[in-house]
Design a protein around this ligand. Structure first.
Ligand code: SF4
Length: 350
């Protein structure tokens, strides 16, 4: 594998895609981009990253922002625990390190939301420290290069592939780690790797032995759980809808949702009786589906008229105008209720 690093670096120098977070080596920008890019495509992340940086240009500005505003800027990206942890991480960095990213692997790993991959990516890209950054993409590429059954499913397996990656890192650690990731994203893709134009074809054992299909070794798929929800759309005369801030646990934690409950836990009538407003008997509005990583949600949405306006709502309830909700992060599953209404204008005449 003597030629791997030079060949990969040459290729990266001409093939690297332009990305807003690659404009400089600011550790804060690299950190935010790496968190956004987890489980999310580059093209989806671009506009979110730009808007996030405009609103939170420094780690201090992120640390000082209310959590609701941070979640609002994450709205639509999904996996909101990433945003909550990024926010906590910014507060930790300001309190413990005067807002400066430490240059030690163990210190970076203590920052909330930063695991081995992000620590490696951050330290290598921002400071050129020789730390491996091994995610699913890199596992795939290294598995094929070595024709070895690497994985990161356990810490001992992770240590094995990190040691392998570490041994390959040249002086330009940041570019090398990014080149491995870029190769995985552009050429050594999961389903149809384009070996014919791969810059490290000569170094690839799986290619040379015609065993590409065997790597990476497939893991068993986790089962997706079906969850059925009752959802209540209750609107007042001002066009606002009743929302409820979620607690620290559960699928929509700490976001603003229409009142909802798992059908397994309650029938619709009993659920409605627990809400702090008087409504009519309601009508069925829509069935809406939404997929999360491990759950397939089915929302049975019922719409209700208010019978009398409640002057004050108890916490955590609030009337929110869905058209003007810049301060409230609403999960996409619940935004779909309003999208459904927008697509069916006759139903909006309530
Ligand atoms: Fe991946 Fe093919 Fe390149 Fe090997 S030759 S690293 S399998 S793209």
């Amino acid at each position: 594998m003597k030629q791997l690093a030079p060949a990969l670096l040459d290729w990266f120098a001409q093939a690297a895609r332009e990305m807003p977070w690659r404009a400089d080596k600011d550790p804060y920008r690299i950190w935010v981009s790496e968190i956004m890019l987890q489980q999310t495509q580059v093209n989806t992340v671009r506009p979110y990253f730009q808007a996030f940086m405009k609103r939170f240009p420094t780690v201090q500005s992120l640390a000082e922002a209310p959590q609701d505003i941070v979640l609002k800027h994450w709205e639509g990206l999904g996996y909101y625990s990433r945003a909550r942890n990024l926010h906590k991480g910014a507060q930790y960095l300001v309190t413990e390190h005067q807002g400066q990213m430490p240059r030690s692997y163990s210190a970076v790993l203590k920052i909330p939301g930063i695991g081995p991959y992000t620590a490696g990516a951050l330290l290598s890209i921002a400071f050129d420290l020789p730390v491996p950054a091994v995610d699913g993409n890199v596992v795939r590429v290294l598995s094929r290069l070595d024709a070895a059954p690497y994985s990161i499913e356990s810490s001992s397996k992770r240590r094995e592939i990190e040691a392998r990656a570490q041994a390959l890192i040249p002086a330009q650690a940041g570019d090398f780690n990014q080149a491995l990731m870029e190769l995985g994203a552009l050429i050594c893709t999961p389903k149809s790797p384009q070996c014919f134009r791969c810059p490290v074809q000569n170094e690839c054992r799986a290619y040379q032995t015609e065993r590409i299909g065997e790597f990476p070794v497939k893991k068993k798929k986790s089962r997706v759980k079906a969850v059925q929800l009752w959802v209540a759309l209750i609107q007042n005369e001002r066009g606002e809808s009743l929302f409820c801030k979620q607690g620290k646990q559960g699928i929509f934690r700490e976001m603003w949702c229409l009142p909802w409950i798992d059908k397994q836990n309650c029938d619709l009538q009993s659920f409605m009786e627990k809400l702090p407003v008087q409504t009519d008997s309601g009508e069925h509005l829509a069935e809406i589906s939404h997929t999360l990583t491990h759950r397939q949600l089915s929302l049975s949405v019922y719409r209700y008229r208010l019978q009398e306006e409640s002057r004050t709502l108890p916490e955590p309830f609030l009337w929110i105008d869905p058209e003007n909700n810049a301060n409230y992060a609403i999960p996409v599953a619940h935004q779909k209720v309003f999208r459904f209404l927008a697509e069916h204008p006759l139903l909006s005449l309530f």
